[in-house]
Design a protein around this ligand. Structure first.
Ligand SMILES: [Cu+2]
Length: 162
């Protein structure tokens, strides 16, 4: 009986840990980072690109720089920022990465910072899960599960062109 309770408590703790820190195995250098609400805009078949969004918190005392992102379902993933000028949307690739200062949170969200998945090899479907790897300047990587989501009006989606 005791063993059973202890075991389920262990499983519960492990599940919680996994939920908050996707790669929080003992000794992982990335245990200071938390990834939340990651999602990818759904696509119709044959569509070659889409955008992804996520919230990343750095709970450590050192800055992190997100350098690159990769996934099995896209040939290339770029870090982009969106700027509006005279109602025209402009995209810029952030080749030097995105800084996540110590004790702060960054939000990749529509009309702001985002991930640009290019050369999609699959259709992004609603509620489906996709694994995406985030690589930081110190060489560490974290695999995060992101979910396909349908959001916004058609007009918004069509503005997202490159
Ligand atoms: Cu973009």
């Amino acid at each position: 009986m005791f063993v059973r309770v202890a075991l389920s408590a262990f499983i519960f703790t492990t599940a919680l840990f996994t939920l908050f820190l996707p790669e929080a195995h003992a000794g992982t250098r990335n245990s200071h980072l938390k990834f939340e609400s990651g999602w990818i805009r759904v696509t119709s078949s044959d569509h070659p690109l889409t955008a992804g969004y996520i919230t990343i918190s750095n709970m450590g005392s050192k800055d992190f720089v997100l350098m690159s992102v990769s996934s099995a379902f896209a040939k290339m993933v770029e870090l982009h920022e969106t700027k509006f000028r005279n109602n025209v949307v402009k995209m810029r690739e952030l080749k030097n990465g995105v800084k996540i200062p110590a004790n702060s949170t960054i939000h990749l969200k529509p009309k702001g910072l985002h991930l640009m998945f290019k050369g999609l090899t699959t259709t992004i479907k609603e509620a489906e899960k996709y694994k995406v790897k985030f690589i930081f300047m110190n060489g560490s990587g974290v695999e995060v599960t992101m979910v396909g989501k349908r959001v916004g009006s058609k007009a918004t989606a069509e503005k997202h062109k490159h």
